[in-house]
Design a protein around this ligand. Structure first.
Ligand code: PRX
Length: 562
């Protein structure tokens, strides 16, 4: 495994040689993985140390660790500067009483301070809880309350969305501006040495029932993140690597921060909203070589047509995608217009790192998510937990264990156990099939979870918020298929007596969800019904029926167009 998996980019449909993949799968061994990580020699472990401090000790202190771009703002920091800043933040966290195992939440826009705050918390043994920057007050409160967070790092621009009460555990709110302005002390070892099984990161994620769950990862996840950064992101020493996701989502933390920095990459942190021109300009100016984004973003770029011809994007060597089905059209677009293939990857918040991937140089089958990462075994299971033959659609499952697998769901053993209902398997909740060459094809979710623009949205959280609005008696929320975003959040509601349907009322309801939960969770469409379909026995709202009706309606509308 010492040489690159392949230096050759094959055309998508060209003949290819499977031997690389099979050979690698054959020799790959998790026990030898992560050989460059220092804990292998010392037995002492802290992922923040491996991510930053190790590189300074190894003589790479002057290498650029990050470029930060937001509008006119452009700054860079070396690994030494990131280490020093992280130490500074760590000291301030310690002086505010943060101890090993405490939950420290980070609610910041995509800025260097956000990344540094996460590492600083982890460095002193705390568990970092990064929150998506667009969350509104209730979403922030629910998450901190769930795992009894004690400290929150934010900034004054976010103040109106920071809950000031109703979080009994929260002792301290720190503002990044104040930490930045505080006098810097020098010296003193900040790293708290941890056990591989100690927690370091908590990400809240949605399922189809209940409030978001806190997925806890332990320091051991680093081996998997390091290896996938090396082989799947294909990071090399002179790369400029850009992952477009915010660290509040797992892609933004694992592949925005940990995997690239464990591999000593120069990363790009970009602020501001999506705009095709700005994104292309950034790639051209910083000569981005490896780029990780999501199908919705690629589809938005594709729909902007010729904008791309005004930019020199020839620096791009490797592109990856994650989070939602990658349509073949997008792969062909990138191949034609950028001369680079898009490599799909599949994983989940719970899995800690990539599980199904397209390794660089291997044949891509458009429509498939790729093949199991070496060391990972995938199975397609029937309802009894038996493996189905190739080609049959069933539950996408993965043989346990592997290094990145979550440690627990915070305070919810039953939920955790529900992923392991078949002995020896982790069940993903996705439906898929696998072909004779090991490629896995995503079909759909096996539950009601909504995937809009790659963001995982739990219908329950949106429904709960909807019925807090005085006009809403009942609500059922589903994902409506959408050509750009994959799915849109669509709500079906029953109005309370005394309320009349009107455009302004529906807009008011939509804004209520947006202002209290998050913009991406707010229903793009709201439809008023006399009653909602329910199960006869338990009276539960039948989301599947709502979704079926919605898809039927879309089909009819399509037919009318013909
Ligand atoms: O349904 C699958 C979808 O996103 C889910 C995981 O969501 P989350 O934990 O937010 O993590 C997203 C990124 C790691 C999966 O159960 N998903 C993820 N990747 C793909 C995908 N669906 C289709 N193709 C993918 N490549």
């Amino acid at each position: 495994m010492s040489q690159r998996i392949s230096e050759v980019i094959n055309p998508i449909e060209d003949t290819y040689n499977l031997s690389n993949y099979e050979e690698i799968r054959h020799v790959y061994d998790w026990h030898q993985a992560g050989e460059d990580l220092r804990f292998r020699d010392t037995g002492k472990v802290n992922i923040a140390y491996e991510t930053i401090d190790r590189h300074v000790e190894d003589g790479y202190g002057d290498k650029v660790a990050l470029h930060y771009v937001d509008g006119e703002t452009r700054t860079s920091m070396t690994f030494r500067e990131v280490k020093e800043k992280t130490d500074h933040y760590s000291r301030i966290l310690r002086s505010n009483g943060v101890k090993k195992g405490d939950r420290v939440f980070i609610f910041l826009p995509k800025t260097p301070e956000c990344y540094i705050s996460m590492l600083a918390a982890i460095k002193i043994g705390a568990i970092a809880g990064p929150l998506f920057e667009a969350f509104m007050e209730d979403a922030v409160r629910d998450r901190i309350n769930d795992c009894r967070g004690t400290l929150l790092i934010t900034n004054r621009d976010m103040v109106s969305r920071v809950p000031q009460n109703d979080i009994p555990s929260l002792e301290t709110i720190l503002y990044a501006e104040d930490i930045e302005a505080a006098p810097v002390e020098h010296g003193g070892e900040q790293v708290e040495w941890m056990d591989l099984e100690d927690g370091m990161l908590i990400h809240y994620t949605s399922g189809s029932t209940g409030k978001p769950k806190g997925v806890l990862h332990a320091h051991r996840v680093m081996t998997h993140q390091y290896e996938s950064g090396k082989w799947v992101l294909d990071i090399r020493d002179d790369d400029v690597y850009w992952c477009t996701s915010h660290p509040g989502w797992v892609t933004g933390s694992v592949y925005g921060l940990f995997a690239p920095w464990l591999n000593r990459a120069t990363i790009v942190i970009q602020g501001g909203r999506f705009k095709a021109e700005n994104w292309y300009q950034l790639i051209a100016d910083l000569k981005v070589t490896v780029w990780y984004s999501a199908p919705t973003a690629f589809r938005m770029l594709l729909s902007q047509g010729d904008v791309l011809k005004d930019y020199d994007l020839s620096s791009l060597r490797h592109i990856l995608s994650v989070g939602e089905p990658l349509n073949p059209e997008v792969i062909y677009w990138a191949w034609e217009r950028l001369g680079v293939r898009i490599h799909d990857t599949w994983w989940m918040t719970e899995t800690g790192a990539h599980l199904i991937v397209n390794l660089p140089g291997e044949k891509i089958k458009p429509g498939s998510m790729g093949r199991p990462f070496p060391g990972i075994e995938v199975g397609i299971l029937d309802e009894a937990g038996n493996e189905l033959p190739r080609g049959s659609v069933g539950q996408l499952a993965v043989k346990t264990p592997w290094p990145g697998l979550m440690k627990e769901i915070w305070g919810n053993r039953d939920k955790f156990d529900s992923y392991f209902k078949y002995e020896g398997w982790y069940v993903s909740g996705d439906l898929a099939y696998q072909d004779d060459e090991d490629y896995v094809f995503f079909q759909s979710r096996d539950d009601d979870m909504i995937n809009s623009a790659g963001e995982r949205i739990g219908p329950f959280e949106v429904e709960s918020k909807l019925i807090e609005h005085p006009a809403v008696q009942e609500a059922g929320v589903v994902g409506k298929p959408d050509p750009v975003r994959g799915e849109l959040v669509k709500a079906f509601i029953v109005l309370r007596e005394g309320y009349e349907q009107s455009d302004s009322l529906l807009e008011d309801i939509r804004i209520f969800v947006r202002n209290n939960l998050a913009a991406h969770s707010a229903p793009r469409e709201i439809e008023v019904m006399e009653e909602l379909p329910k199960t006869t026995i338990s009276g539960k709202i039948l989301r599947r029926e709502l979704k079926r009706m919605e898809i039927e309606k879309q089909k009819e509308a399509e037919l009318k167009k013909v």
